[in-house]
Design a protein around this ligand. Structure first.
Ligand code: HXC
Length: 269
């Protein structure tokens, strides 16, 4: 679905400010585009300034107010500076997406302590950093926080001990924050996609046609999600149409999680 066929009007997020961490690539960039196409001012953060510049240009071409800053979500001070830059420039923040993530396949017996810590640091600590830094600058009531997780939060997957642990932590973090911040009218959810086409994560998990075909066998709908399908769900969760949804992990996986533990068709080395 493109923005012209959206269930929401092109002004659904008019006057809203969205902060998207990890927003210069993949799922998060598609979400940033969706917000921009629906009238939001969008601030994107990633580690790569050239990708930020490219994304900001794309969002501006959609008619949106857009800015960005380079920051590593592992660095709380850098995240806080980016949040402050966003709020100072665009206004109180209505929507926060925490989507920066790291992934590689490594069986646990070969995974180094630093490898495990690196992914937990990016995915789980990074999500805490983004939400914690945003909290004082949110428009309350009404703000929506969304962590981009994965079915790894619910399904053990071989070669993914680090990612599954981080994503499970994100699920509990969003639940606790929903409990604590509900009184301020702040909603906190996570979105757990299964395999999504056109993402670096799936390029790593299923690098060839054979591994893709093997994974299709384990997905009742027999295909990957499109970036647009995930972006549309993020859009819904960020609008008042989802105003009574908080503390939830929304799974969008074509039924993959019905089929037991995850296998990505890639034999861990
Ligand atoms: C084993 C590895 C490794 C690999 C890195 N490490 N790659 N170990 N196999 N392939 C280890 C390193 O050896 C090192 O430990 C530690 O991890 C840190 O590596 P660095 O390269 O120094 O870290 P850094 O430069 O910060 O890179 C972080 C990264 C990065 C996570 C490794 O490459 C990255 O972010 N890549 C993936 C990006 C990505 O795919 N994002 C989308 C995720 S989506 P030692 O002990 O040697 O010091 C997703 C959801 C999928 O995950 C959903 C599917 C359903």
């Amino acid at each position: 679905m493109n923005s012209s066929t959206s269930l929401f009007s092109a002004s659904a997020l008019s006057g809203r400010v969205a902060f998207v961490a990890g927003g210069s690539r993949g799922i998060n960039r598609a979400i940033a585009r969706r917000y921009a196409a629906h009238g939001a001012a969008v601030f994107v953060v990633s580690r790569d300034q050239s990708k930020i510049d490219d994304t900001v240009a794309e969002l501006r071409a959609l008619g949106a107010k857009a800015e960005g800053a380079a920051a590593d979500v592992r660095d709380f001070a850098a995240v806080e500076a980016a949040i402050n830059q966003c709020a100072d420039s665009l206004g109180p923040i209505d929507i926060v997406v925490s989507g920066a993530a790291g992934n590689f396949v490594a069986p646990a017996h070969t995974l180094s302590s630093n490898g495990f810590r690196t992914v937990v640091d990016i995915d789980l600590n990074g999500t805490f950093h983004v939400f914690r830094a945003a909290y004082p600058r949110l428009r309350k009531p009404g703000a929506s926080l969304l962590a981009i997780s994965a079915t790894h939060a619910l399904l053990p997957a071989e070669g993914q001990a680090h990612v599954c642990s981080a994503k499970a932590g994100i699920q509990m973090l969003t639940q606790v924050l929903a409990l604590e911040w509900g009184k301020d009218g702040v909603r906190v959810n996570s979105l757990a996609p299964g395999p999504v086409d056109g993402t670096e994560g799936m390029a790593r998990l299923t690098p060839d046609e054979a591994s893709r075909a093997a994974l299709y066998e384990r997905i009742p709908l027999g295909r990957y999600a499109s970036l647009d399908e995930i972006a549309d769900l993020a859009l819904f969760l960020s609008t008042s149409a989802a105003g009574y949804i908080t503390g939830t992990t929304v799974v969008c996986d074509g039924g993959q999680s019905l089929t037991g533990h995850a296998r990505y068709g890639l034999q861990p080395a």
